[in-house]
Write a protein that binds this ligand. Structure first.
Ligand code: AMP
Ligand code: TRP
Length: 334
């Protein structure tokens, strides 16, 4: 049974695109926040694989990323008893609802979406899906009558569009959708690149030494942290401007231990960078080894399939009801 005891009355929903391998930056900056939120809300969390195909994807790679991402989220502490975690493309009602919404969304509004303008200007050969992407996102949201949609600031405009589409539909056909609110997730601690600590640690970074993937070999992780760029002083002190490397390592400690910056500085007063790096490496490895163990147990396990099978049934039922209601309102029946 699902346990939504805490804030049972408020619902959140968010989608994550299955692109690339998650980094320590994603984990600290985003996933840890989601793990916290699951105690406060009834939560829907899905892998937005149909959004991913709006740009070119290698089918085999996409297939692997989808399953791997579910396993990783669970391994990172997303609790299947507190979240309905599912795969978007396994629920055909998202696309069905999206079509009905597309027929109620002005072309002009879609052509003003910043992300579309941005992405289409970089590539002349883009597909129609890139243009209608925000309507599919509105369908994801409106199908479930959710209260809040936690997203980064880059997705704010899309959630506002979902609100507008819902308001317009309600006005035209009678109350059909709950109007969702955007919930801008404040940027968690920004984790920087280990080689160039003035740059964000990013999946797409060219130098693998600067990024830690959650599934990296533990020996590699230790090597990367021990090799992290620091400075020519020998003081463990937080100073983003003058000591970005050390400050980044302190931030990682703070995020993983829950201690304050001051505590860490005090603990390492008079110690050298080597000792501090070893401490950070041990800390990260302890966390990663737990995640990797849970990931390895899950990735080929039927438990993962059982969770997804159960959840897709729940979400198909909810979204089907909404689709049928929309059809009725729009006159699509015999
Ligand atoms: P992205 O990997 O850019 O798609 O981002 C996915 C989520 O992870 C967003 O909420 C980002 O803010 C967060 N994130 C990505 N990279 C970092 C980083 N280096 N430090 C902290 N948060 C990050
Ligand atoms: N478009 C979002 C992104 O690229 C992912 C997404 C798809 C989403 N559907 C959603 C987020 C619904 C929130 C709600 O990050």
């Amino acid at each position: 049974m699902k346990d939504f005891s805490a804030n049972i009355n408020k619902t959140i929903l968010t989608g994550i695109q299955p692109s690339g391998v998650i980094t320590l930056g994603n984990y600290i900056g985003a996933i840890k926040q989601m793990v916290k939120m699951q105690d406060e809300f009834k939560s829907y969390l899905f892998i937005a694989d149909m959004h991913a195909i709006t740009v070119g994807q290698d089918p085999l790679q996409l297939h692997e990323n989808i399953r791997s991402l579910v396993a990783l989220y669970l391994a990172c502490g997303i609790d299947p008893n507190k979240n309905i975690i599912f795969i978007q493309s396994e629920n055909e009602y998202h696309a069905n609802i999206s079509w009905l919404l597309e027929c109620n969304t002005p072309f002009g509004v879609l052509s003003r979406m910043t992300q579309f303008k941005d992405k289409s200007s970089k590539n002349v050969n883009f597909y129609a899906g890139l243009f209608t992407y925000p309507v599919l996102m509105a369908a994801d949201i409106l199908a479930y009558d959710v209260d809040y949609v936690p997203v980064g600031i880059d997705q704010k405009q899309h959630v506002e569009l979902a609100r507008n589409i819902a308001e317009h539909f309600n006005k035209k056909y009678g109350k059909t959708f709950k109007i969702p609110d955007v919930y801008i997730t404040k940027e968690g601690t920004k984790i920087m690149d280990l080689v160039d600590p003035t740059k964000k640690m990013s999946k797409s970074s060219k130098n693998p030494k600067g990024i830690i993937h959650l599934l990296d070999d533990p020996k590699e992780i230790r090597k990367k942290i021990m090799g992290a760029t620091t400075d020519s002083e020998c003081e463990i002190k937080f100073d983003l401007e003058k000591k970005p490397g050390i400050s980044n390592l302190i931030n990682i400690c703070v995020a993983l231990t829950g201690k304050d910056i001051k505590d860490i500085e005090q603990e390492f007063q008079g110690k050298n960078y080597g000792e501090f790096k070893k401490f950070v490496a041990d800390l990260v490895l302890e966390e990663m080894e737990g995640i990797q163990k849970r990931y390895n147990d899950l990735i080929h396990s039927h438990v993962l399939d059982e969770i997804l099978d159960e959840n897709i049934k729940i979400t198909r039922e909810i979204a089907k009801k909404k689709f049928m209601l929309m059809k009725e309102k729009m006159g699509l029946y015999r």
